[in-house]
Design a binder for this molecule. Structure first.
Ligand code: CUA
Length: 323
């Protein structure tokens, strides 16, 4: 199981070397410039070291001239170091400015709240009943700026989508923001980058960048309430859900379940993963997760659920209807 989880977490693009936004590209270019400069400096320092080691064998008559040339070399090296550091200071400030300047009114605002250990995601609207709440998966349209409003419900987390931008902390009692504009479609993985407790490593978020039409269709589905099940097994599953401890923590819009302690499950079946990017969202994984989440993510807030086999199967059938 550990191996399966590790292999799965490697999915979704997650690399600073493959920027798909101008923001990540600027960071990438700054990183490359630093890398190349450091490599050149390293080669020069090693060459100077070899040169001075070889010169020690020269005749004493040359000593005075040698001391003078060494002083000049030290002076030049100090001046060059100062210039290089100063140039990088300016580049660093300019990149920092470019990636944080707010893109303005045309941007899509998405509220992301960090919890131990999952991400709550809200697409707001002027009408509160039109808010779309989901978890651990963000959809964004390609070619349009997106501002993530970052908050925390408990401890400090940090959101890091390396293909799209740098890291930004989510701080309790404060609001931060991170923005990017994805220029190519794809699925990109963001990871919590601030140690936030036992399951910090299993706190990832998928960012699905897609064509504007697919994004609009996805968002309007997410704003809908869940359909009332018509099938008898799914109906029984809904009764199991509403009659068990599930309702104490989860919400499903369109049913009496409205708790916000755990992820909103209104459109659970539309998500690619469960448990914040830990497992692919399949019926088998969902069954294992419901029965004993502690085996998959020890320390997670969700308790084990002792359901009979028929109840579990009905519940799974119901959850699969939540598209
Ligand atoms: Cu949340 Cu680390």
């Amino acid at each position: 199981m550990t191996f399966a989880i590790a292999a799965f977490q490697a999915q979704g693009a997650h690399s600073v070397h493959d920027p798909v936004s101008r923001q990540a590209l600027r960071i990438h270019q700054l990183g490359e410039a630093m890398y190349v400069t450091a490599a050149v400096v390293f080669v020069l320092v090693v060459a100077a070291l070899l040169w001075s080691a070889l010169r020690r064998h020269r005749m004493p008559a040359d000593q005075q001239r040698s001391n003078r040339s060494i002083s000049t070399a030290v002076l030049l090296a100090t001046a060059a170091t100062t210039v290089v550091l100063f140039v990088f200071l300016i580049l660093d400030l300019s990149v920092g400015r470019a990636i944080t300047t707010n893109p303005g009114k045309g941007a899509i605002q998405i509220r992301v709240t960090g919890h131990q250990w999952w991400w709550e995601v809200q697409y707001r609207d002027s009408l509160p009943q039109n808010w779309a709440t989901t978890a651990n998966e963000i959809h964004v349209p390609v070619g349009r700026p997106v501002v993530l409003e970052l908050r925390s419900a408990d401890v400090i987390h940090s959101l890091w989508p390396p293909n799209l931008n740098g890291k930004r902390d989510l701080i309790p009692g404060d609001e931060n923001s991170l923005w990017f504009q994805a220029d190519s479609p794809g699925v990109y993985r963001a990871q919590c980058a601030e140690f936030c407790g036992h399951q910090h490593a299993k706190m990832s978020l998928l960012i699905v960048a897609e064509a504007p039409e697919s994004f609009s269709a996805w968002l309007s589905r997410q704003r809908d309430t869940a359909l009332t099940p018509t099938d008898s097994v799914a109906r029984r599953g809904q009764e199991v859900f509403l009659g068990s401890t599930c309702v104490m923590c989860h919400a499903i819009a369109g049913t009496p379940a409205g708790s916000r302690i755990g992820p909103d499950l209104t459109h659970l079946a539309s998500r690619r993963t469960i448990a914040a990017g830990t497992l692919p969202n399949t019926r088998g994984n969902l069954a294992g997760w419901i029965i004993n989440p502690q085996a998959i993510k020890p320390g997670v807030r969700m308790p084990p659920n002792r359901l009979g086999s028929d109840d579990l199967q009905a519940l799974l059938t119901y959850l699969e209807t939540l598209e």
